[in-house]
Design a protein around this ligand. Structure first.
Ligand code: PHE
Length: 375
């Protein structure tokens, strides 16, 4: 049985002095918050609406998991879902490593194999996932995903006259089109061919919403190898994965992903369990403050590493980090980057002193930790 997340995780379990460890305090503090378990939080509301859809519109009973610990074996996160050995997502620039064999899951697909081994044939997994990334209104290093898996046996597809794989694909598309309608109403939809290591064929579902095509989820027919190995031969399955923040931002008009983490009642008080029709009203927008930092980079420099430094110092006061100048000196061949950092609180006005202090700390930490030369 999959381990439930311990209610209190010690810092020393997550932030170690192992050279591979790249987890900051900012990230550690998010573990165990479990926004998806709060029924009145926008993330919990979306989870509830998807559960409702599967409970009321799908003939199968889906087992629901929402307390699987986010610290998983690297093998579960990658190998068991056939992520190639050289895939970028394995890099410590993209994924948070506790140690070389242990990561903060970067997708809920990390639980596919273990739950299949428990013999489950239809399940939904919701949880917090972690990715090192850039900083802007739609990217945050922690977000929430829901995974769905449905397994079929020959008795399911034989009556239909279809092959198993085709049957799974048809049922997948019908189920997810129904889900999109349940969430968004009567919208135009289209299927786009995609690639995921764990499904073949793979698709993305897009809907036409407020004048543009919007990606809603990724999915596909599960790679046979995963099923054969973890459940047994002769079956077919589909799987999908979707991001709850993305859906909540679109459905509730939430303009900035940092808002999900606020404890401000002016935000939280606008949402109610079970209510999918809320449109968020900004309580007031405080002014941003822009600061630039320029430096000569080294080969090892990455934007994700810079953003990690900024987040750890400024936390949710960092709204955006944007490359505004990229210049290679014609004679020395050295490259200089200039980044513009937008500082803004969602709750109050920041003082000049406060922002200057943050920026000074960013500058000095960048110089010492990122091996760059400030200009
Ligand atoms: N794990 C994929 C992601 O994070 C989503 C996905 C899940 C795609 C299941 C296909 C099947 O992008």
């Amino acid at each position: 049985c999959a381990a439930a997340a311990p209610s209190v995780l010690s810092r020393a379990d997550v932030i170690t002095d192992h050279p591979f460890n790249n987890i900051t305090d900012t990230i550690f503090q998010k573990i165990g918050v479990n926004l998806h378990q709060q029924p009145g939080h926008p993330i919990g509301i979306i989870k509830g609406a998807i559960h409702d859809y599967f409970d009321s519109h799908h003939p199968t009973t889906f087992t629901k998991f929402d307390d699987l610990a986010p610290i998983v074996a690297a093998t579960a996160n990658f190998d068991e879902v056939l992520v190639p050995a050289d895939h970028v997502s394995r890099s410590p620039n993209d994924t948070y490593y506790v140690a070389p064999e242990t990561v903060l899951r970067c997708h809920t697909s990390a639980h596919q194999a273990e739950i299949l081994r428990q013999g489950e044939r239809a399940f939904l997994v919701t949880g917090d996932v972690y990715r090192r990334d850039s900083i802007d209104a739609t990217h945050y290093p922690v977000f929430h995903q829901m995974e769905g898996v449905r397994v079929f046996g020959p008795q399911d597809w034989q009556a239909s006259g279809m092959e198993g794989a085709q049957y799974a694909e048809v049922e997948l598309k019908r189920t997810l089109e129904g889900l999109a309608q349940h969430l968004f109403g009567e919208v135009e939809m289209r299927w786009i061919d995609a690639y995921f290591p764990f499904t073949e064929p793979s698709f993305e579902l897009e809907i036409f919403f407020k004048g543009q095509w919007l990606e809603v989820l990724g999915c596909g027919v599960m790679q046979q190898q995963i099923l054969d190995k973890n459940l047994g031969p002769g079956q077919k399955a589909w799987a999908f994965g979707l991001g709850l923040e993305r859906l909540a931002m679109v459905l509730f008009d939430i303009p900035d992903i940092r808002l999900f983490w606020t404890s401000d009642q002016r935000f939280l008080g606008q949402f109610k369990a079970g209510n999918m029709t809320t449109k968020f009203k900004s309580y007031s927008k405080y002014p941003p403050c822009y600061k630039d930092v320029a430096f000569w980079i080294s080969d090892a420099f990455t934007e994700n590493n810079l953003c990690e430094v900024v987040r750890d110092i400024a936390g949710d006061l960092a709204e955006e980090v944007k490359l505004i100048d990229d210049f290679t000196h014609p004679k020395t061949g050295r490259t200089s980057h200039c980044y513009r950092i937008a500082y803004r609180s969602m709750e109050r006005s920041l003082t000049d002193d406060e922002v200057n202090a943050l920026q000074e700390e960013v500058r000095s930490t960048v110089a010492t930790k990122l091996n760059v030369e400030l200009r």
